[in-house]
Write a protein that binds this ligand. Sequence first.
Ligand SMILES: Nc1nc2c(c(=O)[nH]1)N[C@H]1C(S)=C(S)[C@@H](COP(=O)(O)O)O[C@H]1N2
Ligand SMILES: [Mo]
Length: 361
Amino acid sequence: MAASDAAEGVGDARLLTISAEPYNAETLLVNHRDVVTPRASFYKRNHFAIPHIAADDWRLQITGNVARPAELTLDAVRALPSRTLLVTLECAGNGRAYMEREAEGEPWQYGAVSTAEWTGTPLHEALAAVGVGDGTREMLFTGADAGHVAAAGTSLSFVRSLPLEQALHPDTLLAYAMNGEALSAEHGFPLRLIVPGWYGMAAVKWLTRIESITEPFRGFYQADRYIMAHPERGETTTTPLTTMLARSLVTYPAEDARLPAGEHIVRGLAWSGAATVSRVEIAIGDGTDEEGAWQPAEFTSGAEHYAWRQWEYRWQAQARGPFTLRCRAFDALGNTQPVTADWNRLGYANNAIQHVRVEVV
Ligand SMILES: Nc1nc2c(c(=O)[nH]1)N[C@H]1C(S)=C(S)[C@@H](COP(=O)(O)O)O[C@H]1N2
Ligand SMILES: [Mo]
């Protein structure tokens, strides 16, 4: 496939393909050079074949428990007040391949996370005209993609809900642009939801329908996926995933790098869905937690409400031999990363500290 910006897809050297059909691909960590991820290297996560929608044929239905159901064209959505927000999207399955035990799902390494400037209209602006009825508990979002789901034993669309309060939050967007350009088909053209701070599953792509509902939605992608499930502990209740846990990654040097002795600038990223990242620490050693191993890293980008920050650390690598690089993020609420993540059946939310092994030669 041509490596043009319009045709990022299977075989694209900027991405690591996890599955060809449906198309799932992650960003190579070395390609995270800036805070904003260029669209061509932004990770892609799809449950079904990508719908190719013509703007002229598309309408957004707003229905359910509303006073005045509406059908909006793309121009009508674009005519509403707009905002642009810098938002990091992370797939809840990011890092699944590194869980201490195998878990069901796509074997994402560390690249199912990217950041873009999303432009759209706050959802509440689109809802103001329809008049959300009393008794509404959630807003339900339907994407145009569908297919057979073996685990569900049936054909499904990608449908998810948000609690009404989150739906009405001024930062919850109906986004039609990414990094200043119309969305590409892969990323949800013509319209997708953006729920800043939440794991990526909330950001429903190819929106066709928004419905005001008076009972909690229990569909497959709400109640059977994107939940923390612990059958191994005998637990029968599950918790739905919402905000991204605090996490940091080393983007340079790469795992297995062979580095000459001397100074190296270790670089990375850090984010948290709950609050701004306020501190990053790094430890370089044999990978065990010896006293005093953790040193502060320096931020090289500003504090963001909903997006990651870049950081760096000057490493004087004098001794030769193998080293393990580890980093950990702290957010303003004191959240940080565990040594071992909470194992769960579907392998979500693995924010355990990454180990990057390199050799000084
Ligand atoms: N309609 C629809 N929306 C969707 C999905 C999907 O498969 N279908 N995948 C979700 C998941 S799990 C993630 S992580 C993000 C990925 O967004 P991206 O492909 O733009 O990176 O989209 C979400 N929205
Ligand atoms: Mo995801």
